[in-house]
Design a protein around this ligand. Structure first.
Ligand code: FAD
Length: 521
């Protein structure tokens, strides 16, 4: 595969634009597929059919799938969304509706072929009071619009010295978008995914009903929507748990050459008290030690790592973070030292950074800015995210990391692997995880070019086939399947409940067609 970094930025921008233009053709969104009565609705004036609106709604971070909607709604209030969904329900042949958060899906999940995409970010501009993020007087929670970006939630809550507990690695994602999947990162082993840190939701169901739900009120809707892939309703408000925010972090990276020792230490660390974040990643001898997602190593550290890579071929990085503030500033180094006691990383290969809490949480943004400046952000990103049961993670390493990825040397993107604990996930929610107490999040974050991303996707298929053959009962995160059978297998024992909830909250199957679940049923 040609490394994207060899391609000039202006060429890539030109390529993306011309490719999109060719996909959209003489862009004539098939407005005809919407009933003409739509023109008499109050929201009529907020529907857009122009190239900019349609172009944006038919692309996403993945840059692989492009579905052209008939129109895009730019709502100024949640009543606009209610009116649109109710209208679709009244039509003899309802049209599809998809909420689009920040469009950071990788397989067209927020698109709506011939339907209407709701540009949720449009709501941000229309708050009469405040900015859509309200911190409670008790300080225990914030009420946040579903269209809000997590970076804005962080900044608004920090003004009160508070912050949510559970994060994603990247903060330019909407609250509604991550809660529709799960939302996890290095804090998740301790605090649970973002869907486990929600107290209450306001949701517009697929019938157009506006409902408030929680564990105690309309609980079936609450559990359906969390991890529900946008299929049951559109989240317009989430009540997110808050806690006192730390000021700074000690971020430690330790290097391993043996995967079984690496995972043993990871599992040991998540079972002990004292750290707030744990992740892991792989370094390969054919890629640079720093990548866009993490430029952790200084130039001198980097050359040390490169010589180690020459010897071992693959290295494993274990990242842990300890939060601290004024009261704990004197003890934090000692605490970090204690956490490292008994760990078996390669002697001398431990590196530490000291950062503000905000810089640490917002670390991936730095990589995004660099990639954007080189024109390398808006390229095809055929990511594969898996949750692999702990009992098979060594087989996964041998069969996938070593025998497929390292042998083929195709992917240059970040490769993540770190353990999560099932106890902090609520099984009543729609999100699906493997049936073991500990499972590993594996993120194969490939980036390709418009000519060769298919090569990486073929490798993804090889990985999925390997897991199938080896009987590794992994689950896809941010799943995408083409057939009903695959979806039924994905949901396993949850499938019947999933279907029943769909019939209850979106009986005409209007919402989230880009997930390709009920379109095939
Ligand atoms: P969109 O892509 O716009 O939408 C995703 C789905 O949610 C669609 O089906 C859409 O219809 C639905 N949806 C959107 N808004 C709403 C709403 N208000 N109500 C109901 N449904 C809605 N995930 C993690 O868990 N951890 C990570 O660390 C992480 N890092 C990432 C880093 C990058 C650079 C990228 C591109 C993605 C990352 N993701 C991560 C994945 C990300 O969480 C999901 O792709 C998420 O859906 C993106 O949010 P979005 O606002 O862009 O959603």
């Amino acid at each position: 595969m040609a490394s994207p970094s060899l391609i000039p930025a202006h060429f890539i921008v030109f390529f993306v634009v011309s490719r999109l233009m060719s996909i959209l053709g003489n862009l004539r969104p098939s407005k005809n597929s919407l009933p003409c009565e739509i023109d008499s609705l109050g929201v009529h004036a907020k529907l857009r059919y122009d190239l900019d609106a349609i172009g944006l709604a038919s692309t996403d971070y993945g840059n692989i799938v492009h579905e052209i909607p008939s129109a895009v709604l730019y709502p100024t209030s949640i009543d606009d969304i209610i009116e649109l969904i109710k209208f679709s329900n009244e039509c003899p042949l309802p049209f599809n509706v998809a909420a689009r958060g920040h469009g950071h899906s990788v397989r067209g999940q927020a698109m709506a072929h011939d339907g209407v995409v709701v540009n949720m970010l449009s709501l941000k501009k229309h708050y009469k009071n405040g900015n859509g993020i309200r911190v409670s007087t008790s300080g225990n929670y914030a009420d946040v619009g579903g269209e809000q970006l997590w970076i804005d939630v962080l900044n608004a809550t920090l003004e009160h010295g508070l912050a949510p507990l559970s994060w994603t690695d990247y903060l330019y994602l909407t609250v509604g978008g991550t809660l529709s999947n799960a939302g996890f990162s290095g804090q998740t082993f301790l605090y649970g995914p973002q869907i486990s840190n929600v107290l209450e939701l306001d949701v517009i169901t697929g019938k157009g009903d506006f409902m408030t739900c929680s564990k105690d009120q309309n609980s079936e809707l609450f559990y359906a929507v969390l991890g529900g892939l946008g299929l049951f309703g559109i989240i317009t408000r989430a009540r997110i748990v808050l806690a006192k925010a730390p000021k700074r972090v000690k971020w430690v990276r330790m290097i391993y050459s043996d995967f079984s020792i690496f995972t043993r230490d990871q599992e040991h660390l998540i079972s002990t008290k004292g750290l707030e974040y744990l992740e892991g990643s792989l370094l390969m001898d054919y890629t640079p030690a720093n990548n866009w997602r993490s430029s952790f190593f200084s130039p001198s550290n980097e050359s040390q790592i490169i010589s180690l890579l020459k010897k071992h071929g693959i290295l494993y990085c274990l990242d842990v973070v300890k939060y601290y503030d004024d009261e704990t500033t004197n003890s934090v180094d000692k605490d970090v030292q204690m956490l490292q006691e008994g760990l078996n990383f390669i002697p001398g290969f431990t590196f530490m950074r000291d950062e503000t809490y905000v810089d640490f949480l917002n670390r991936v943004r730095r990589g995004e800015i660099t990639l954007k400046s080189k024109g390398l952000w808006d390229v095809p990103n055929p990511w594969l995210n898996l949750l692999v049961p702990k009992s098979r993670i060594l087989d996964f390493n041998a069969g996938v990391f070593v025998d497929i990825i390292h042998r083929q040397k195709k992917t240059t993107g970040p490769l993540l692997v770190f353990p999560l604990t099932k106890i902090v996930w609520d099984d009543k929610m729609s999100a699906v995880v493997p049936d073991e107490d500990i499972f590993y999040s594996v993120g194969l974050l490939h980036s390709g070019s418009f000519n060769d991303w298919q090569d990486l996707d073929n490798q993804n298929n090889e990985i999925l086939e390997f897991c199938d053959r080896a009987g590794i009962k992994m689950k896809q995160y941010l799943p995408h399947y083409k057939s009903k059978e695959e979806w039924i297998k994905h949901f396993g024992p949850k499938w019947n409940t999933f279907q029943e909830r769909k019939a209850q909250f979106d009986p005409r199957m209007i919402l989230s067609p880009g997930q390709n679940i009920f379109n095939y049923v």
